[in-house]
Design a protein around this ligand. Structure first.
Ligand SMILES: [Zn+2]
Length: 353
């Protein structure tokens, strides 16, 4: 007998005749649906049904991460100004997590790109430096997000049904960098007042996704702090700059409230990661390669999977997506060539306690 016995036996013509192959001849016989079919076909279907059930069960289990992550980007926020501002929500994240105020926006291997938002957010969202993602300045010329995509791409690769949401009000992030987002809002803000207004829109849309959706990864970008720095000055002594950080803190509070109000919050093991693309000095931050106030920022990694206290190891803006991916249980592949490291996470890994 052939090893493909089952396949040979299911050749059934329209009038209910069974064609069964034996060597070179076909034996044509009428088969009662309650006779031969019952004993052979039904057994065959039972096997297929069982295999399918096992397979579907495994896929369903593997298609969703067991953990969740909320990434918040505060453009142009200096750590010394963050320390001075009254920010109860960001403070609470720091107190329940890992923190560094020495995070670098440029790496060691490559530092040629300008210290502006185009390369900064590219590094923040792709986990690689500008020699790989290709963005040297705000023109986005040379962008190479096909080879080095937004970190949502890696989530979707391992967990196709994971839900991702991106909310930004510096439009170029949305236009150029974001991909693999199930929910995507890109507002086109201009000027300090415009960013203040659209930061509110970013927050309300992200809150909606956190409250009504089933998000596994959320990225919320808030632009008003940077824009205020450009207008009034990037410095802890500038009241408007401090006030902008305090306003952003209330937005962070709204996001955290929405996250914590999820009915199943306790079991979802959320991690919150907060950082920025650069600091600032005077009214700007371009060309800041040798200026610590521009190239040094902060990193918060907060939640039950985070270490507590100061992060001792060097941290970089490219760590942000790697931290998020690691927490979600995405297996980092060597051929992705990511530059970031999963800083601030405990050795307990990414599983629920
Ligand atoms: Zn700026």
């Amino acid at each position: 007998m052939s090893t493909c016995k089952c396949l040979e036996r299911i050749s059934l013509n329209r009038s209910g005749f069974w064609r069964r192959r034996r060597g070179d001849t076909f034996v044509k016989a009428f088969i009662s649906r309650h006779g031969y079919l019952e004993s052979d076909l039904s057994r065959w279907f039972l096997v297929v049904w069982s295999i399918t059930n096992v397979f579907v069960g495994q896929v369903a289990a593997a298609e969703l991460p067991s953990n969740r992550v909320l990434v918040i980007g505060i453009d142009g926020c200096r750590p010394d100004a963050l320390a001075k501002a009254v920010t109860p929500h960001l403070d609470s994240l720091i107190q329940t997590g890992a923190f560094s105020d020495q995070t670098q926006i440029l790496g060691e291997r490559y530092t040629e790109n300008d210290t502006v938002s185009g390369p900064g957010w590219s590094s923040f969202l792709t986990g690689v430096w500008a020699d790989k993602h290709g963005v040297q300045n705000n023109s986005f010329q040379g962008k190479n997000y096909e080879a080095f995509p937004h970190f949502f791409a890696y989530i979707k690769q391992q967990f196709p049904k994971a839900q991702t949401g991106s909310f930004v009000d510096w439009k170029p992030i949305d236009t150029h960098i974001v991909s693999h987002a199930d929910v995507q809002h890109g507002f086109d803000a201009h000027g300090a007042d415009g960013y203040t207004k659209f930061d509110e829109s970013v927050t309300s849309e992200a809150v909606k996704f956190l409250s009504e959706g089933n998000p596994h990864a959320v990225m919320a970008y808030l632009g008003a702090v940077d824009e205020t720095g450009h207008r009034y000055g990037f410095h802890p002594s500038v009241p408007e700059y401090i006030e902008a950080i305090e306003t952003v803190d209330t937005r962070v509070g709204q996001l955290l409230t929405a996250m914590k109000s999820r009915p199943n919050f306790a079991a979802e093991n959320w991690l919150v990661v907060v950082s920025t693309d650069h600091g600032g000095q005077g009214l700007g931050h371009g060309g800041g390669h040798k200026i610590p106030e521009i190239r040094t920022t902060f990193l918060i990694v907060s939640g039950s999977a985070a270490k507590q206290g100061k992060i001792e190891q060097p941290t970089y803006v490219v760590d942000v997506p790697v931290i998020a991916l690691t927490h979600l249980g995405v297996e980092i592949q060597a051929d992705w060539k990511l530059d970031g490291k999963p800083a601030g996470l405990t050795n307990r890994g990414s599983h629920n306690e």
